[in-house]
Design a protein around this ligand. Sequence first.
Ligand code: CUA
Length: 189
Amino acid sequence: MTQTSLSPPDDGADRAERVEHSWALVSIVILALLVVIAAFAALYHGAMPQSRVETADPRTLHLGGEFIESNLGSALEPDGTVTVRAIGQQYSFTPSCILVPTNTPVTFRATSADVVHGFLIDGTNINLMLVPGYISSLGGRFDTPGERLMPCHEFCSVGHEGMWGRIKIIDKAAFVRMAAERRRLSCVE
Ligand code: CUA
């Protein structure tokens, strides 16, 4: 059998280089796009990297400090805002049902007692990573009463898919009444 060739034999190295170049161009375009998005977020939305890092030793969470069990749940602050403190651990959240009022600024503060977990409130943009050793904090606000799921969205080993909690949003007046009787609130039954 004879081989005929109409064009000069293609040099494999040349072709590889052309393909390399086009893929390199694709990655440069993606990088440039990310830089533009970051610049837009910083300049237009005022988004900044976290200015400080708060730590919490996962080995002693249960012994004292902010995340001791008696301090977990929702607290009504003197300025009328609410602070929710929670812990994620394989494979649950404490408290497993978080109670918050409507139309109130709520600050979530949470950490992990073991591995990395996710903290996500369904249907909202509240989405945190709970990293052992660090405190994650994010503000939110809920307009309408109701109940939402709070699944762990970070694979945290074999029980991951069973790790989820709930958040119950109740009328502000009812919340304030309950807060007058108890220091920390939750909807764990
Ligand atoms: Cu915790 Cu997945």
